[in-house]
Design a protein around this ligand. Structure first.
Ligand code: HEC
Length: 711
C-alpha cells in the first residue's frame, strides 16, 4: 500500500529539492547511476550509496561541520517512524531528498532539508513474520538507481519503487524455497544496472546465495550460491564443485548449510570485483552439519565475484569449520594502504570472530590479522597458511559439554558499520566484548515449528541469579576503537556501558560521529578521540549516521531506534543501556533549534501476581521451553530488553487468557501465533515459569527497597 502523507506539498518539495541541488539541470529524483557513484567525491553533498561510495568507507569530504564548531550542532528536524522496533538503516540522500527505512521494511522519503515527509511505502510485510528471522524485523536501508528506489522486504521480496511517488514498479520474490524462512534485512547495492541482494535465515535452515536482478525489469541476471546443495545433484558451477569437497556426510542438505549474505558488500570498479561477506553455518552444530569435518566453504568467508557475471574469483575464509555463529558478513571497507613501503589495494573486515583482517583485494592474499577484542577460540592467524590456529577452548564438540565462547554469537563486531578516514588512516570500529556459553544437543532436536531457531545447540544458558547477571552485564562492554590497520592496533578507544553501540561516520572535518546504545549522538576528534559533542536522542542509536548538504548547509542524520538481537535475545544483559525503544530520524545542523520530543517515561509497576503452582522439575521444563520459543523476542529467562513486553509484568487479566494470546498471537502487533506444535499443558508450563520469574523479581525489588537508604 502506498500512503501519501502530504499529497499537496509532495510535488513542490521534489521540484524544490531537485532545483536546489542542480541549478542548471533539473534532475529527476534519485537519478543516480554508476558514474555518479564512482565520482561521488565531486558531489560530496550527496550520499548516493549504502557506504556513500562503492568502497564503503563511510567517509565524507564535507568540512562545514568540523572539530572547531561541532559544539554548535542542534536539532534541525526529527520524524517519528511507525514501529518502535530496531532501526538499522543508512539513509540515502540525493539532491535534497532522503530515502530511508524502518522496521517491517517500510520506506520513507523526506525533504532532507526540512524533514517534510514526501511519501511512504509500506510493503505490508505480515506483522507476525518477526519469528522467521533471528533478530527482529529490521532493515538496513535502500539503494537508488536511475529514478527508482530499491528495498529488500523482510519476507524476501525485492521491490523497485518510483522515486517520485513511492509507487511499486516491480517486485520479485528472492526466496529459493518458499517453505523456508528466508528473510531480507540488508541494503541492496547496485552495480552496472544490476541490483544485488542476499538473504537472512541461517538460524532457520536455509541455503545462502546472492542474486543480481536487472534494475529496470527485475529479471534475474545471475545467482551465486555460497554453500553446496544436495550432493546427489550436479553442482551449479565450478565454485560449488570446489566447495562441495570441503563438506562431509549430508547433514547440511536437510539443514540448508547456511552461509547467507545478509549484509556486507563492496565493489571495486577498476578490478570489476564485487566482494561479499558470507554468514554462519546452518545448523551452528558442525557435527550435525558436516560430521564435524572439513572447512565448509564458503561459510564465514569473504568472496570476490565478477560483478557482471557473478563468477567466483577468490575467497578468504575467516573461520574454517565455523560453529560459533562467526559470520563474515560484517562491514567490508576497501582502501589504499601503504604496507611495508608498498601501496596496496586492500580490503578490511572485522568479523564477529574478533580478528581484524587486511587482505590484498586483487587476489585475496592475507596481509595481516590481529585480535581487536578478547578472543578464546584461536590464538592467532598463521600468516603462511592464512588459517587460524585454534586453541580448542571453545570446542563444544569435544565431548566435555558446554564451552564459554569468546567473542559470543553477538560478535566482537556485528552489523554496525565501521568507517575509514583516509586522512588519519584509522578505521573507527564499533567493537564489543562479549562471551557466552554454547552447548551441543546430543541428538538433533530441531523443532519442527515455524518461528523457531534451529541451530543444533541448546539455547545459551544465562544464569538467573541477579548478582551473576549483573556481573556478566558489566563485563559485556562496548568500545569505539580507532584502529590503525597498518600497525594492527588501537590508537585510541572509548569505553561504553554496554555492547551494541552504533555504526560510525568519519568526516574531513576531523570528526567521527556515532550513536550510542545509551541514547546519545556523539562526535569525537578523529585524530585524538577527544569527545567534542554529544546530544540526547532518547533511544539506542545503532545505525550508521550520514552527512549531506542541501542549499549549501551541512546536516548530520542519525537513525535512532533500539532493538535487534542484543536487547531482544540477551535482554537482561542490555539493561545498562537504560533506554526505551523509540524510533525516529534525528537530523542535526549548526545552530539547529528544533526540539526533540521528550523521552518516553512509563514506570513499570508489578501487578498482583498469580500464585505459583508448578514444581521445580516443571519450572525447569517451562524455562527450557520459554528460552527455546519465546526468548528470541521476550529475552532470556523472561527478562526483556524493553523492545518487546516484559512478561514478568503481565496483568492478571492477560494471565487469564494467556493460552489465547500464545495460540492466537498478536499477529498485527508482532507476536506470532504458536497454535501449531505446543500443547496447552506446555503453554501452562511456560506461564508457570513466567510467574516464577515475576515472584523472583518481586523479591529482588523488595530486597532493593529494604537496603535503600531512608529518604
Ligand atoms: C517474534 C517475536 C516474538 C516471539 C518469538 C514471541 N513473542 Fe510474545 N510478543 C511479541 C510482541 C512484539 C508482543 C507485543 C504485541 C503487542 O504490542 O500487543 C508480544 C506480546 C506477548 C504477550 C502479551 C503481552 C502483553 O503485555 O500484552 C504475551 C503473553 C506473549 N507475547 C507471550 C509469548 C510467549 C509465551 C512466547 C513463546 C511461546 C512468545 N510470546 C513469543 C513478540 C514475540
Amino acid at each position: 500500500m502506498n500512503t501519501f502523507l502530504q499529497p499537496a506539498r509532495r510535488g513542490l518539495a521534489l521540484v524544490l529539492a531537485a532545483s536546489l541541488a542542480a541549478p542548471t539541470l533539473a534532475r529527476l529524483p534519485a537519478d543516480v547511476n554508476g558514474a555518479r557513484i564512482v565520482h561521488a567525491n565531486q558531489e560530496p553533498g550527496n550520499w548516493m550509496s549504502h557506504g556513500r561510495t562503492y568502497d564503503e568507507q563511510r567517509y565524507s569530504p564535507l568540512t562545514q561541520v568540523n572539530d572547531r564548531n561541532v559544539q554548535q550542532l542542534g536539532v534541525a528536524w526529527t520524524q517519528k517512524l511507525d514501529w518502535d522496533f530496531g532501526v538499522e538503516a543508512t539513509p540515502i540522500v540525493v539532491d535534497g531528498v532522503m530515502y530511508t527505512t524502518g522496521a517491517y521494511s517500510i520506506v520513507y522519503a523526506y525533504d532532507a532539508r526540512t524533514g517534510q515527509p514526501l511519501w511512504k511505502y509500506d510493503p505490508e510485510v505480515p506483522r507476525d513474520k518477526g519469528g522467521e528471522g533471528c533478530c527482529s524485523v529490521v532493515n538496513r536501508g535502500v539503494a537508488v538507481w536511475e529514478g527508482k528506489v530499491y528495498v529488500g522486504a523482510f519476507d524476501g521480496r525485492l521491490i523497485a519503487l518510483d522515486a517520485r511517488n513511492g509507487k511499486p514498479v516491480w517486485s520479485v520474490d528472492t526466496r529459493l524455497d518458499k517453505a523456508k524462512s528466508y528473510t531480507i534485512t540488508g541494503a541492496p547495492r547496485i552495480v552496472h544496472g544490476k541490483v544485488l541482494i542476499g538473504n537472512g535465515g541461517a538460524e532457520f535452515g536455509v541455503r545462502g546465495y546472492i542474486t543480481a536482478y536487472d534494475a529496470k525489469t527485475g529479471k534475474q541476471a545471475w545467482r551465486f550460491f555460497t554453500v553446496p546443495g544436495d550432493p546427489a545433484k550436479p553442482p551449479e558451477d565450478e565454485a560449488m564443485a570446489m566447495a562441495l569437497r570441503t563438506w562431509y556426510g549430508n547433514g547440511w542438505v536437510k539443514w540448508g548449510g547456511g552461509g547467507t549474505v545478509w549484509d556486507s558488500m563492496a565493489y571495486d570498479p577498476e578490478l570489476n570485483l564485487l566482494y561479499i561477506g558470507v554468514g554462519n553455518g546452518s545448523p551452528f552444530n558442525y557435527k550435525f552439519r558436516s560430521d564435524g569435518k572439513g572447512d565448509n566453504l564458503f561459510l564465514s568467508s569473504i568472496v570476490a565475484l565478477d560483478a557482471d557475471t557473478g563468477k567466483y574469483r577468490w575467497h578468504y575464509q575467516t573461520t574454517p569449520a565455523e560453529m560459533w555463529d562467526y559470520t563474515a558478513t560484517q562491514h567490508i571497507i576497501l582502501a589504499e594502504l601503504e604496507i611495508e613501503g608498498k601501496k596496496r589495494k586492500v580490503l578490511m573486515q572485522a568479523p564477529k570472530n574478533g580478528f581484524f583482517y587486511v587482505l590484498d583485494r586483487s587476489n585475496g592474499q592475507l596481509l595481516s590479522a590481529e585480535k581487536f577484542v578478547p578472543v578464546n577460540w584461536a590464538s592467532h592467524i598463521d600468516m603462511s597458511s592464512g588459517r587460524p590456529v585454534k586453541t580448542g577452548a571453545a570446542d563444544y564438540l569435544d565431548g566435555k559439554g558446554m564451552k564459554i565462547v569468546v567473542p559470543s554469537f553477538l560478535g566482537g563486531h556485528n552489523w554496525q558499520p565501521m568507517s575509514f578516514h583516509p586522512g588519519t588512516g584509522l578505521v573507527y570500529l564499533p567493537a564489543q566484548e562479549t562471551a557466552a556459553g554454547l552447548e551441543p544437543q546430543q541428538e538433533p532436536m530441531f523443532m519442527p515449528i515455524r518461528n523457531v531457531v534451529n541451530i543444533g545447540l541448546d539455547v545459551p544458558q544465562l544464569p538467573e541469579d541477579p548478582k551473576v547477571v549483573k556481573q556478566i552485564a558489566e563485563s559485556w562492554k562496548g568500545r569505539l576503537l580507532a584502529w590503525d590497520p597498518v600497525a594492527q592496533k588501537a590508537r585510541w578507544s572509548v569505553e561504553y556501558p554496554t555492547a551494541w553501540n552504533g555504526g560510525t561516520l568519519a568526516t574531513a572535518g576531523n570528526l567521527v560521529f556515532q550513536g550510542t546504545a545509551d541514547g546519545r549522538a556523539v562526535a569525537y576528534a578523529a585524530d585524538t578521540g577527544k569527545l567534542l559533542w554529544q546530544a540526547p536522542v532518547n533511544s539506542g542509536a545503532m545505525a550508521g549516521p550520514v552527512t549531506y548538504t542541501v542549499g549549501g548547509e551541512q546536516y548530520v542524520t542519525f537513525m535512532v531506534g533500539w532493538g535487534g538481537s542484543f536487547p531482544n535475545i540477551t535482554g537482561p544483559l542490555s539493561l545498562n543501556a537504560k533506554v526505551k525503544p523509540e524510533s525516529r530520524v534525528v537530523t542535526f545542523k549548526l545552530g539547529g533549534s528544533a526540539q526533540l520530543p521528550p523521552p518516553r517515561h512509563e514506570a513499570a509497576v508489578l501487578p498482583p501476581l498469580p500464585p505459583l503452582k508448578a514444581s521445580e522439575a516443571e519450572l525447569k521444563i517451562g524455562r527450557t521451553m520459554f528460552n527455546g520459543l519465546c526468548a528470541n523476542c521476550h529475552g532470556l529467562n523472561a527478562v526483556s530488553g524493553g523492545v518487546v513486553p516484559d512478561l514478568r509484568y503481565l496483568s492478571p487479566e492477560k494471565h487469564g487468557y494467556f493460552l489465547g494470546i500464545v495460540y492466537g498471537g498478536r499477529t498485527e502487533r508482532g507476536m506470532p501465533s504458536f497454535a501449531k506444535g505446543i500443547g496447552p499443558e506446555q503453554v501452562e508450563l511456560i506461564r508457570q515459569y513466567i510467574i516464577s520469574r515475576s515472584h523472583a523479581l518481586k523479591a529482588e525489588l523488595a530486597a532493593a527497597a529494604a537496603s535503600a537508604p531512608a529518604p
